[in-house]
Design a protein around this ligand. Structure first.
Ligand code: ADP
Length: 248
């Protein structure tokens, strides 16, 4: 419980910091990137071109990082609704396919009886994409990404959304720190360490939880346990039936 409190405090600190700074920073970087692009294009000396190119790339990386920070700070305010997980996954499949590339095959195992969940549709889609990108990074030689929905909770209160990969896996010390903002094992410019902490923050805000199971050399399973939506519709089929009988 103590570490959870610490986690929440860290998240809040990062959120506050970024809320104010990232926006201004982003504007400044836009100017830097724009000017460097001009210098790069107009430079007559090869050395200057190369230096401008390096600076341009670094500034672009900074710009990407601030964009992620902005997204991170925005997660403070969610627009939750009743979301059909299966539909969200199906709608995202094209985006996932293009983001993962040809060497990774995507499998979906969707439970048609999965009830709707309490979630912010767009933010949950971002989370799914975040998890998929992590899975891709863990499978540089290709592999399989499996997205599953399930409702095996005996109380029927929770619905699971899991993302599993056949990648390199995570040792225990990495799992322990995975949700920490800025914790990354990826080389500079590749990872920001904000992906999983963002997912964790979002899902907790939606009343859910995140669990990681991983084995080095075998793969990783990230499980989101989401709250079943009670006020709204039940399953897609029931929603349809309700809509047709005029009770929706
Ligand atoms: P980033 O991806 O920018 O490094 P994250 O917060 O998303 O930041 O992830 C933190 C770290 O957790 C990663 O650097 C990586 O070491 C580990 N990780 C996350 N997802 C996976 C995965 N699917 N397989 C192996 N390691 C992972």
């Amino acid at each position: 419980a103590e570490s959870e409190l610490l986690q929440a405090q860290k998240m809040e600190a990062v959120g506050q910091l970024t809320g104010g700074l990232a926006h201004d920073f982003n504007n400044l970087l836009t100017a830097v990137v724009g000017n460097l692009d001009l210098i790069r294009a107009r430079a007559t000396e090869p050395r200057i071109t190369r230096l401008a190119e390096n600076a341009f790339k670094a500034a672009e990386r900074g710009s990407k990082l601030t964009a992620q920070l902005l997204a991170f700070s925005r997660t403070q305010k969610l627009a939750t609704e009743s979301v059909d997980l299966n539909r969200l996954i199906m709608n995202a499949s094209e985006l996932l396919n293009t983001s993962l590339g040809a060497s990774i095959s995507i499998k979906t195992e969707l439970d048609a009886r999965a009830p709707f969940v309490v979630a912010d549709y767009n933010q949950l889609e971002v989370s799914l994409l975040n998890l998929a990108i992590n899975a891709r990074d863990a499978m540089p030689d290709g592999g399989t990404l499996t997205i599953t929905t399930a409702c095996d909770d005996p109380d029927n209160r929770r619905v699971m959304l899991s993302v599993a990969d056949t990648g390199k896996g995570m040792p225990p010390d990495v799992i322990a720190r995975a949700f920490d903002p800025f914790f990354t094992t990826k080389p500079p410019g590749k990872g920001t360490g904000l992906g999983l902490s963002q997912v964790y923050g979002l899902v907790r805000q939606m009343g859910g939880d995140v669990d990681i199971k991983s084995e080095v050399g075998k793969g990783t399973l990230v499980q989101l346990s989401l709250r079943r939506s009670i006020a709204g519709t039940e399953t897609a089929a029931e929603a349809q039936a309700a809509a047709e009988s005029g009770h929706a």
